[in-house]
Design a protein around this ligand. Structure first.
Ligand code: HEC
Ligand code: CU
Length: 473
């Protein structure tokens, strides 16, 4: 729909350029994660690009404000597509309400500074320069006004795609994703306005590492969408300013990678591709079965603690031949001789070897502690507490406790408030717990650290599980 409107708003007109017919058209710029539509013409044209710099307040994360410097009002900046051989007439507009001069260095430009010196523009002014797009590929553009690092760190980057004369094969969907790192004067998730920290930027200690400018820009409602059987192409950029990205989609394999945004398929069957700061990659894959696929920087602490997590929701039929879903869940007692070695010598002497049922405390330690922490205290802004937690106590003392039981079974994401503090994280489903184990761990957490609630039984869990499985279908 959005693409359609943009198409309609674009116009094509003919003009005479130095005697020769040279069609002129206005480039279709799109807002991430949309990609400008493929260019269908088979000849060069003169393409007019107008990009406006806007300094504006935006949301870095839930409740966290940040003053972004943008190309076109979004971070990353608008997607630009031209065709190999096109002559690009580039206008950089600096909105009069802005406070600073800016310019643009397009990596697609052959010529000093990539256009930077020619586009240096004060607030309330516009500049123009022209370049010929002689090199096809996917390129980063960014501001290069001093201090360069600071302009980039505040969001001034985007992607320009110079479509090769022989375009890439048709796909069903194209998306625009760009990773970047932000350096703030306050810790991750601190409510209110966060400001740029030059010290943290120089130390290369980012507070936020995100896709498309903010935490959650590609999750929940904002998730990318596709259907089983479709082929997806991702135009991936990395604005930096500092980090390189180990781009990975959990549960998918890239059928083809145009490494570093070049024009050749450089590798097939790739799990993780490196996207350098100030660089790009194009990846393609076909969707064989349904589900939610998670986009990450596989430098994984960034993903779970600093924001570089996105989602691709794929509708359609499950292909059981390719992915069965869970097929078995039963007790496993292991090798008894190994179990005994974990016990002290005295213990093995005095007590005959018997396999204990894991108690709630042990199950908690193995399945929940890494996030909710040793004493259920959680981690401020990241993992909500379970100790003396109002939400847990409320849900555990309701008559119908399906909602609470759903958290470990289905996972939980989206906004929630625990003890007056907001969280907006992702709890992944806790796999491998039987009904009796789940009953045991939920009984434990809802009756420890000052919590109080009736015990959970295997039967209650089984019933809830049946309801949840049904509602998911
Ligand atoms: C990978 C980290 C992770 C693991 C492992 C994990 N959780 Fe969570 N949990 C979270 C996050 C993050 C949230 C908040 C989700 C949101 O913001 O929507 C959450 C929310 C909850 C909540 C509701 C909020 C509250 O504090 O009352 C409960 C209850 C809960 N988890 C229980 C468990 C139990 C029990 C286990 C182990 C069986 C577990 N979690 C394992 C990350 C985790
Ligand atoms: Cu700038």
């Amino acid at each position: 729909m959005r693409i359609l409107m943009l198409l309609l708003s674009s116009f094509v007109l003919a003009s005479k350029l130095m005697g020769a017919e040279m069609p002129v058209e206005k480039a279709v710029l799109t807002v991430p994660p949309e990609v400008s539509p493929p260019i269908m013409r088979s000849h060069a044209a003169k393409v007019v690009v107008e990009l406006e710099v806007i300094e504006k307040l935006g949301k870095m994360a839930d409740g966290v404000d940040y003053v972004y410097w943008t190309f076109g009002g979004t971070v990353p900046g608008k997607f630009i597509r031209v065709r190999e051989g096109d002559t690009v007439e580039f206008y950089l507009l600096n909105h009069p309400a802005n406070k600073l001069p800016h310019n643009i260095d397009l990596h697609a430009v052959t010529g000093p500074g990539g256009g930077a010196a020619s586009t240096f523009t004060a607030p309330g002014h516009k500049s123009k320069f022209t370049f010929k797009a002689i090199n096809p590929g996917l390129y980063i553009y960014h501001c290069a006004t001093a201090p360069v690092g600071m302009h980039i760190a505040n969001g001034m980057y985007g992607l320009i795609y110079v479509q090769p004369e022989k375009p890439l094969p048709k796909v069903d969907r194209e998306y625009y994703i760009l990773q970047s790192d932000f350096y703030t004067d306050k810790p991750y998730g601190t409510k209110g306005l966060s400001n740029f920290s030059m010290k943290n930027a120089i130390d290369e200690k980012p507070t936020y590492v995100v896709f498309n400018g903010s935490v959650g820009s590609l999750t929940g409602e904002n998730a990318l969408k596709a259907k089983v059987g479709e082929t997806v192409r991702l135009f991936v950029g990395n604005g930096g300013p500092n980090l390189v990205s180990s781009f990975h989609v959990i549960g998918e394999i890239f059928d083809r990678v145009y490494q570093e945004g070049g024009v050749k398929v450089s590798q097939e069957q790739v799990q993780t591709t490196l996207v350098p700061a100030g660089g790009s990659a194009i990846v393609e894959f076909k969707l064989d079965t349904n589900g939610t696929y998670i986009l990450v920087d596989h430098s994984i602490f960034r993903t779970f603690n600093k924001g570089s997590l996105g989602m691709l929701k794929v509708d359609g039929e499950q292909n059981k031949e390719i992915y069965s879903g869970k097929e078995l869940d039963e007790a496993y007692l292991g090798d008894e001789s190994v179990a005994t070695t974990l016990k002290s010598k005295d213990e093995t002497k005095t007590s005959p070897v018997k396999i204990e049922r894991l108690d709630g405390k042990t199950l908690y330690a193995r399945n929940c502690l890494m996030c909710h922490q040793g004493e259920g205290q959680g981690l401020e802004g990241v993992f909500p507490p379970l100790a003396k937690a109002d939400l847990l106590n409320k849900l555990a003392n309701q008559k119908d406790r399906t909602e609470l039981i759903s958290f470990p079974i289905l996972g939980k994401s989206g906004k929630l408030v625990v003890n007056g503090k907001e969280y907006n994280g992702v709890m992944t489903p806790v796999s491998g717990l039987s009904d009796s184990q789940l009953a045991s761990v939920l009984t434990y957490v809802s009756n420890t650290w000052g919590n109080k609630a009736p015990s959970f039984t295997e039967g209650e869990i089984a019933k809830a599980r049946a309801v949840l499985v049904k509602s998911k279908k």
